[in-house]
Design a protein around this ligand. Structure first.
Ligand SMILES: NC(=O)c1ccc[n+]([C@@H]2O[C@H](COP(=O)([O-])OP(=O)(O)OC[C@H]3O[C@@H](n4cnc5c(N)ncnc54)[C@H](OP(=O)(O)O)[C@@H]3O)[C@@H](O)[C@H]2O)c1
Length: 342
C-alpha cells in the first residue's frame, strides 16, 4: 500500500534572499508497508535553518557543507516524527524520534550508523519541539560552540550577533550562567527588550539603528570583547574584530549576512586578527555529536531549574515552510523557527 507524501522543493537554484515563490509543494507516493529494516515516520515538527540556503545555490562550493539540493527534489531538514509503520526490530509503531528528516509529511528511513535519527526519551517530559531545537541541533551548536570553541572564563566579555535567534538566544544565556558579561544585537526593539528583560543579557542593541557598528561595539564594550560568537559575518564580524581584546576568540558559527549576498564574501581584516592575536575557529554542530547526550542532559537540567528560557516560533502546516524559511533572512523569527505538521 502507498500513501501520498507531500514535500517542499525549490523550483530552481536560489541566489540572494529567498522568497516564497522559489518553492513549491509537490507530492510522491511512499510505501506504507516498509521493506525489511525500514521505518516509516509521520513527521510532526520540521525545522527551517539558515544553512539550507547555501545548499540551494548553484555556485555554493566555497561554503557548502553537504551536497546541493536538486530543484524539484526533497530537502533534508531536522525534525521530529512518530513511527507509523516499522519493519525494524528496534522501532515500534508509536515511537517518537528526532534527527535528520526532510521537508515532507512522511520520512522512510533505514536505521543504521549513518542515519542521524534517534529515539526521543519520552520520559524527559519536554515538549517534542524542544528535541528539534534546544535539545537538538540548536542546543548542540550553541553549547559546543560556546564552551568548546569560545572557552569562556568567568568575568569575560561576550558579544553575540543574531542574539534573539535559535542559537544566539541560548549562547547569551550560557554566557550568563558562566559568569560572563554578555551583550547581544538583534534587528528590532522588541527583540532587544526580550534579550534584556527575559533572557538576562547585560545589554543589547538594535544593529539596524546603529550607523556605525564599530562605534556601537566600542560603546557597549569599553574594555573590549573577549569572545565573539559570530552568527552574522560581513560588517558585523569586522566591527567585532576591531573591538576584540588581545588573544580574543571568535567562535565562527555562521555568516547569515553573506548567505544572501551574491557577491564574494567579505574577508575579515587580517590586520586586526594579527595585531590582536585573535583566534578564529569555525565549527559544525555535528563536530560535537559524540557529546550530544552529555549536552542534552546539562541543558535539560538548566531548563528544569529555570536557568534557561526557551524561545520558539512555530508556524503551522507543510505549506508554511517556504514563508517560515524566508522569514529567517528577514529577521521575522524570534527564537527557534519550527513548522508543526500535526
Ligand atoms: N555551525 C553550525 O553548525 C551552525 C548550526 C546552526 C546555525 N548556524 C548558524 O548560526 C546562525 C544563526 O542560526 P539560527 O539557526 O540560530 O538562526 P536564527 O538566528 O534563529 O535566525 C536568523 C536570524 O538572523 C538574523 N539575520 C538575518 N539576516 C541578517 C543580516 N543580513 N544581518 C544580520 N542579522 C541577520 C535575523 O535576526 P535579526 O536581524 O532580527 O537579528 C534572523 O532572525 C546562522 O548564521 C546559521 O547559519 C551554524
Amino acid at each position: 500500500m502507498e500513501v501520498e507524501n507531500r514535500y517542499v522543493a525549490v523550483r530552481h537554484h536560489v541566489e540572494g534572499s529567498p522568497s516564497e515563490d522559489d518553492f513549491e509543494v509537490k507530492s510522491a507516493p511512499v510505501r506504507w508497508t516498509p521493506e525489511s529494516g525500514e521505518v516509516l515516520l509521520r513527521n510532526l515538527y520540521l525545522s527551517v535553518d539558515p544553512y539550507q540556503l547555501n545548499r540551494m545555490k548553484l555556485h555554493n562550493a566555497s561554503h557548502r557543507t553537504v551536497d546541493p539540493v536538486v530543484p524539484g527534489e526533497r530537502i533534508d531538514a531536522t525534525g521530529a516524527g512518530e513511527v507509523v509503520a516499522s519493519a525494524c526490530a528496534e522501532y515500534e509503531v508509536g515511537d517518537v524520534v528526532a534527527g535528520l528528516l526532510a521537508w515532507e509529511e512522511y520520512t522512510l528511513f533505514r536505521p543504521g550508523p549513518a542515519t542521524l535519527i534517534a529515539k526521543v526519551d519520552a520520559s524527559s517530559g519536554f515538549p517534542l519541539s524542544y528535541h528539534v531545537g534546544v535539545l537538538g541541533t540548536s542546543g548542540m551548536t550553541a553549547y559546543g560552540g560556546f564552551f568548546e570553541v569560545g572557552k569562556p572564563k568567568k568575568g569575560e566579555k561576550v558579544f553575540v550577533s543574531a542574539a534573539s535567534g535559535s542559537v544566539g538566544s541560548l549562547v547569551g544565556q550560557f554566557a550568563k550562567l558562566s559568569g560572563c558579561y554578555v551583550v547581544g544585537c538583534a534587528g528590532t526593539q522588541a527583540k532587544v527588550d526580550m534579550l534584556k528583560d527575559k533572557l538576562g543579557f547585560d545589554d543589547a542593541f538594535n544593529y539596524r539603528e546603529e550607523p556605525d557598528l564599530k562605534s556601537a561595539l566600542k560603546k557597549y564594550f569599553p574594555k573590549g570583547i573577549d569572545i565573539n560568537f559570530e552568527n552574522v559575518g560581513g560588517e558585523m564580524l569586522d566591527a567585532a574584530l576591531a573591538n576584540m581584546n588581545t588573544y580574543g576568540r571568535v567562535a565562527a558559527c555562521g555568516a547569515i549576512s553573506q548567505y544572501t549576498d551574491p557577491e564574494r564574501p567579505a574577508m575579515p581584516d587580517m590586520g586586526e586578527v594579527i595585531y590582536r592575536r585573535i583566534t578564529i575557529r569555525g565549527f559544525f554542530a555535528y563536530d560535537f555529536i559524540t557529546k550530544f547526550q552529555e549536552y542534552v542532559t546539562i541543558i535539560g537540567d538548566w531548563i528544569r531549574e529555570g536557568k534557561i528560557q526557551v524561545v520558539e516560533d512555530v508556524a503551522d502546516g507543510l505549506e508554511s515552510i517556504p514563508s517560515a524559511f524566508a522569514a529567517l533572512f528577514r529577521g521575522k523569527n524570534v527564537g527557534k523557527k519550527l513548522v508543526r505538521l500535526a
